[in-house]
Design a protein around this ligand. Structure first.
Ligand SMILES: CC(C)(COP(=O)(O)OP(=O)(O)OC[C@H]1O[C@@H](n2cnc3c(N)ncnc32)[C@H](O)[C@@H]1OP(=O)(O)O)[C@@H](O)C(=O)NCCC(=O)NCCS
Length: 120
């Protein structure tokens, strides 16, 4: 995480409670290369989920990434991750690929969906 945060090609946004002065409640990070970016990680504290925080972070993040001249952004998500799939669908991402059996799960591997959103 430290290495990613100090990497100039990585854009990160952190949400904090208490009007921005409290502890971190969520974060999102993407790596940029040329006119493309990839969302590396997004997470919201379990106690803060389901209140629209990730949606707000993602909207802010995409506008800042677009302002850097990035034309398209990709990510990978487990096909069983319903909150994340809903989050990305609402933000305008669409499926462009699939890696079968990519994520191991106790009850059997699930596929990774590759999603894309154009920013220009
Ligand atoms: C995915 C994650 C970041 C979403 O954070 P969040 O702040 O709860 O998201 P939001 O409140 O903005 O909700 C996004 C959508 O997911 C839906 N959602 C939230 N929890 C859900 C659940 N348990 N099941 C189904 N949908 C759910 C919300 O209802 C919302 O859709 P809606 O606006 O149509 O109602 C959060 O669940 C998380 O940190 N998960 C663990 C890490 C992870 O899986 N990251 C994604 C890796 S690709």
């Amino acid at each position: 995480m430290e290495r990613l945060l100090s990497d100039p090609s990585v854009i990160s946004h952190i949400a904090r409670g208490n009007g921005g002065r409290g502890a971190a409640t969520g974060f999102l990070m993407s790596r940029c290369a040329g006119d493309e970016a990839e969302i590396l990680s997004v997470a919201v504290d379990p106690s803060e989920r389901g209140r629209g925080l990730a949606g707000e972070l993602l909207r802010h993040h995409l506008s800042r990434v677009a302002a850097r001249g990035i034309a398209k952004i990709f990510l990978e998500v487990g096909e069983d991750n319903r909150p994340a799939l809903r989050l990305y669908a609402k933000a305008g991402f669409r499926e462009v690929g699939k890696r079968a059996g990519y994520y191991p799960r106790p009850e059997g591997a699930v596929s990774a969906l590759i999603l894309r959103r154009d920013l220009v």
